[in-house]
Write a protein that binds this ligand. Structure first.
Ligand SMILES: [Fe+2]
Length: 198
């Protein structure tokens, strides 16, 4: 089985993008890599906490190693560029949304997709999704975006009202912080947490 080297993976993704500006060739690189999840885990390191790790940040391609905390949810948001998600450990449930006709700053759910280890799926440029880690352990996924993910104006939709706000990354950063606080507390006091939920 081939090993997973981050530098080689990034180079392969850049070569794929040079060959095909759509998500197709990049998705194939991701699918090939995560077909051996153990190698990816070894190459990236075992996930320890919820985080967004940057493997590449450039104008035309952003590659992230995203680790979701157990049972963590991220509100609906868009990317305004194509994306590829590849799961190398755990699970990710995606809910897909669209703007409500006549009320364009509000979204309504239109579909869902359950992603498992070894799944590598493309997301369209104009897609709106929310993400749930539905399991009681960390989920690790490679997220690749066909542009500068951090410097592109994006939107997110409030989980309560489903109304649109500009995304500055701050709410998502807080979500990761809160998720890690819960995750750490759960590790320290598992019995207490369990009895609270009884
Ligand atoms: Fe996303």
């Amino acid at each position: 089985m081939p090993s997973f080297e981050v530098d080689q993976f990034v180079a392969d993704c850049l070569a794929a993008l040079a060959e095909d500006a759509s998500h197709n060739a990049v998705r194939e690189v991701v699918a090939r890599a995560i077909s051996n999840p153990m190698a990816v885990l070894k190459g990236l390191g075992e996930p320890k906490r919820a985080e967004i790790g940057t493997l590449l940040h450039s104008d035309h391609l952003t590659i992230l190693n995203v680790v979701w905390a157990p049972n963590m949810t991220v509100m609906p948001h868009n990317h305004r560029m194509w994306a590829v998600i590849g799961i190398y450990t755990g699970r990710e449930d995606n809910i897909f949304w669209r703007r409500v006709p006549g009320t364009p700053n509000k979204v309504e759910a239109v579909g869902a997709k359950a992603l498992c280890e070894k799944d590598a799926v493309p997301l369209d440029v104009d897609l709106i999704h929310s993400v749930i880690n539905p399991i009681n352990q960390l989920t690790g996924a490679i997220h690749i975006y066909g542009g500068d993910f951090f410097r592109t104006e994006r939107s997110e939709w409030d989980s309560l009202t489903l109304l649109e706000n500009p995304s500055d990354g701050e709410r998502v950063r807080r979500l990761f912080e809160e998720a890690n606080t819960r995750f750490e507390a759960d590790k320290l006091f598992p019995e207490e947490r369990r009895s609270q939920t009884r």
